[in-house]
Design a protein. Structure first.
Length: 317
């Protein structure tokens, strides 16, 4: 009887979100009665909430000696995911959906793993399955939108980001992604609107400065692009994406010395940046440094960039 009282007290604490006290009560109830299997599951949940994933897994194993439920298999997947056991986590998510085909979160986190490993087609499939079960989660739409963005389906991405926005996601990340996709579809007005709203929401979100600069590039406003990227570099001086793109803007303005300085810095920070080698080669040729340009273009080619015919001819011995 005492074990049940301790267990029920733990449940009360859990409902109050008092995780430490709940875990203490569940542990005490198991010390009195090690056969109280539901206490293992609740202990596992508490450990998960406390980010103690190893003890979460130990408690799940004890619970699953007598019970195998979709919830516990899914929770095991979440622990394995956090611990970096990706294949095991994916198997757990899959098995959870076999037990309960309506477990939208298992499909969602399967999609997250697909996204993290670059399998955007499978990610879209899993996010879509999650949405078919529960179409009210902004995060599902947001993540599917990110997949569509990565594969260049910008109109579909805009649809998903807009739906996520309508469901309550007002994050700067979402507004930035919306702005980027509008830019890609040549809807400059909406691109500017969303990027400005992203900056207003969080002026420390670096990616927005880059998107802002790219929008200006689309409008062929290189001076504005330099200003916007410089604003971002004041927050993160060694951001190679911002430096590379500012170098491009300087190049377009004919300010080759400043462009060269930015590309030089990128390559000091990342000596394997193929784009920076290519851009620096373009800059050096404008400064009449043919040997230096050819050297950089060859470095870019070795790192996967296809060189146009005129460069190949220019650099022939």
């Amino acid at each position: 009887m005492l074990s049940f009282n301790m267990y029920n007290t733990g449940v009360s604490y859990l409902k109050q979100n008092n995780i430490d006290s709940a875990l203490y009560c569940f542990s005490k109830s198991l010390a009195i009665n090690p056969e109280l299997s539901k206490a293992y599951y609740n202990s596992a949940y508490c450990c998960y909430m406390l980010q103690d994933y190893d003890n979460c897994l130990k408690n799940i194993d004890m619970f699953m000696k007598n019970n195998i439920t979709a919830d516990c298999v899914y929770l095991r997947g979440r622990c394995n995911h956090h611990l970096g056991n990706i294949e095991t986590a994916m198997a757990d998510y899959y098995n959870a959906t076999i037990i309960d085909g309506n477990m939208d979160m298992a499909y969602f986190y399967s999609g997250v793993i697909n996204f993290e490993t670059g399998d955007y087609a499978k990610a879209i499939s899993n996010f879509s399955k999650a949405l078919n079960i529960n179409g009210k989660k902004d995060i599902y739409y947001y993540n599917r939108g990110c997949c569509y963005k990565h594969v260049g389906e910008y109109e579909l991405a805009i649809t998903d980001f807009t739906k996520a926005l309508s469901l309550g996601d007002n994050s700067s990340q979402l507004k930035n992604n919306l702005g980027f996709c509008y830019m890609k579809t040549r809807n400059v007005r909406n691109a500017v609107k969303n990027v400005n709203e992203a900056l207003a929401a969080d002026s420390s979100f670096i990616e927005t400065y880059n998107t802002n600069g790219l929008v200006s590039y689309t409008m062929r406003n290189m001076k504005q692009m330099v200003i916007q990227l410089t604003d971002g570099l004041m927050l993160r001086p060694n951001d190679v994406v911002l430096l590379n793109n500012r170098g491009v803007a300087y190049f377009e303005l004919g300010n080759y010395e400043s462009a060269l300085a930015d590309f030089d810095k990128v390559l000091r920070l990342n000596p394997n940046d193929a784009e920076a080698y290519f851009n620096r080669g373009n800059t050096k040729i404008m400064l009449r440094d043919v040997d230096g340009a050819c050297s950089d273009w060859n470095q870019a080619h070795r790192r996967g960039i296809e060189l146009p015919e005129w460069i190949i001819e220019e650099c022939e011995p």
